[in-house]
Design a protein around this ligand. Structure first.
Ligand code: GLP
Length: 251
């Protein structure tokens, strides 16, 4: 695995399994430190296909090496509106299927923004408040959307944005359509942590895999910082790591 520095950002490039081992090492070290301090570790987690091999590695360490997640509080980045927890495409369902069901995490310590709520604005504000009440996020994992979104902070998202209800971009809906059996089944709205919520995390890691992410990763890493490419706001964070496979890095 290669490591280069671009501005404030450390960029790791390598094979997916190396990237996942390095990310799992970060999680493991955080859990150990927090346990010693007698405090919970607060993780910010992401859905999408990108983190799946990392989640597999965390599950392996739990099963084979006894890494315990009993001391973890987790907040997911975002959730589709209107699906409900039982829907297989809801992020609630995906997170349990792909990660939490296989760990010793306490169910009451797991939070995903509500998919169904009679007052999404209030629900979003409560989610933001719960993150603050937990002492903020220690380690935030991100993927990147085709147009540079983080969570569901689409193009136009401001750096001071907080957890809120958002309208999904056309490209996001098109990208999600295969998993939903067509565009018409993809929700138009979601609740997402805001850019400011994400940037307040003590450590932010963004993982990207595949040639389809190459162009947007380059723009986010080295292009102009602004809401045209929300992931570019990471350039202003003092503790951010990019974890890219060769295709996403364009190397
Ligand atoms: C969705 C999620 C993002 C994720 C993105 C990329 O839009 N809300 O959090 O980063 O998809 O997904 P994938 O990892 O499948 O490319």
């Amino acid at each position: 695995m290669k490591k280069v520095q671009i501005g404030l950002q450390e960029v790791h490039v390598g094979e997916v399994d190396e990237l996942c081992r390095a990310l799992a090492d970060e999680v493991e070290a955080l859990l150990e430190n927090r346990l010693k301090e007698g405090k919970p570790a607060v993780l910010g987690l992401a859905t999408g296909s990108t983190p799946l091999p990392l989640y597999a590695e965390l599950i392996r360490r739990h099963r084979e090496e006894g890494l315990s997640f009993a001391n973890v509080i987790s907040f997911n980045l975002d959730e589709y509106e209107g699906l409900g927890r039982d829907h297989e495409r809801s992020y609630w369902c995906e997170m349990w299927k792909n990660l939490f069901d296989h760990l010793d995490v306490r169910p009451e310590n797991v939070s995903v923004p509500p998919s169904i709520s009679d007052d999404p604005d209030r629900a979003a504000a409560e989610y933001e408040a719960a993150i603050q009440a937990a002492g903020g996020i220690d380690w935030q994992l991100l993927g990147i959307g085709g147009e540079g979104h983080i969570g569901f902070n689409e193009k136009g998202s401001e750096p001071d944005s907080r957890t809120r209800r958002v309208t999904l971009a056309r490209k996001t809906i098109v990208d999600a359509a295969p998993g939903f059996g067509g565009e018409k089944n993809v929700p138009n709205h979601a609740i997402t942590m805001g850019v400011a919520t994400i940037l307040e995390a003590k450590r932010v890691v963004l993982m990207a895999r595949g040639a389809s992410k190459k162009e947007i990763v380059a723009r986010a890493l080295s292009g102009e910082v602004g809401s045209d490419v929300p992931a570019s706001f990471l350039q202003n964070h003092e503790n951010v790591g990019w974890f890219l496979d060769d295709d996403a890095a364009g190397s």
